[in-house]
Write a protein that binds this ligand. Structure first.
Ligand SMILES: Nc1ncnc2c1ncn2[C@@H]1O[C@H](COP(=O)(O)OP(=O)(O)OP(=O)(O)O)[C@@H](O)[C@H]1O
Length: 256
């Protein structure tokens, strides 16, 4: 095995998943360098969530491998989970807990010391503006609040790699700015981030690397500058994956 000192933060090799005879992810190879802020983009249904779920051990691939700092996610899940913080899509989490209780639950499950869990939880809730939610249960949270508490649980054990599925979706602009600062600082201090987003401006603002996925395959990957090749990311995205513009006459019934 490659030493964790030189291995990529995340390496996907030949990752494949088929649902009902339709390939959702079709032999994806991807390398996320250590210390990079890596954006994953692609049209709806391209396979981003399926890829990220397999990458972190939430969904078993039909074939292929995922390694985190050289640790195989499926061969050594306990070690891999120590290294990563995950914000999954859909955010299923214990619903009948307050945010603070959820963080305590997560920290204790990870074997952290109670006082450290309390200290970090307090800071995370404060910074993410969830400290005032008091007795509010997670089931009563808004979508944006769920993203934020999900991010807090991903950060709690100070992982080396964060894998975040659309972390800024439904998050208000002030909270989004806070999250971007937290993630930038995380990368500056040696962490690595992979996150998916549909907002090209956000990817261009924060990422140094990007991969474009379409129909379950990587169609472009590399440094942001390489993938953009002198254009805006949105233009490149449209070149690579197209986009349908309604023809004249289509949806005519919408015109009054
Ligand atoms: N559990 C499932 N059962 C059947 N099909 C699935 C399942 N999960 C995903 N798919 C299919 O796999 C394909 C890839 O879906 P996925 O959610 O990975 O795409 P995505 O790129 O994350 O999309 P979006 O940007 O809309 O979130 C889609 O065709 C989707 O319908």
């Amino acid at each position: 095995m490659e030493s964790s000192g030189t291995a990529p933060a995340l390496r996907l090799a030949g990752l494949t998943k088929t649902f009902d005879d339709r390939p959702a992810v079709d032999h994806i190879d991807l390398e996320v360098p250590q210390g990079s802020f890596f954006g994953l983009i692609g049209p709806n249904g391209a396979g981003k969530t399926t890829s990220l779920s397999m990458a972190v051990g939430l969904l078993r691939p039909d074939s292929g491998r995922s390694q985190i700092f050289g640790v195989d996610v499926w061969a050594d899940p306990a070690r891999a989970k120590e290294l990563i913080g995950v914000l999954p899509d859909g955010l299923s989490m214990p619903e009948r807990l307050t945010g603070r209780e959820l963080l305590r639950f997560t920290g204790l499950l990870r074997g952290m010391e109670v006082r450290e869990v309390e200290r970090r939880s307090g800071e995370l809730l404060e910074v993410l503006e969830l400290a005032d939610t008091g007795r509010t249960l997670v089931m009563e949270y808004s979508t944006g609040m769920r993203k934020k508490i999900g991010l807090a649980t991903a950060l709690l054990h100070a992982p080396k790699l964060l894998v975040l599925d659309e972390p800024l979706e439904a998050v208000d602009p002030a909270s989004a700015a806070t999250i971007k600062v937290i993630l930038r600082r995380f990368v500056r201090d040696g962490g690595s981030v992979v996150f998916s987003s549909h907002v090209m401006a956000v990817i261009e603002q924060v990422c140094d690397h990007v991969a474009v996925i379409a129909s379950g395959r990587v169609v472009a990957s590399g440094s942001l500058e390489t993938v953009r090749s002198g254009r805006s990311l949105e233009e490149r995205f449209m070149d690579l994956v197209g986009g349908q513009v309604p023809e004249m006459g289509e949806l005519a019934w919408l015109s009054s």
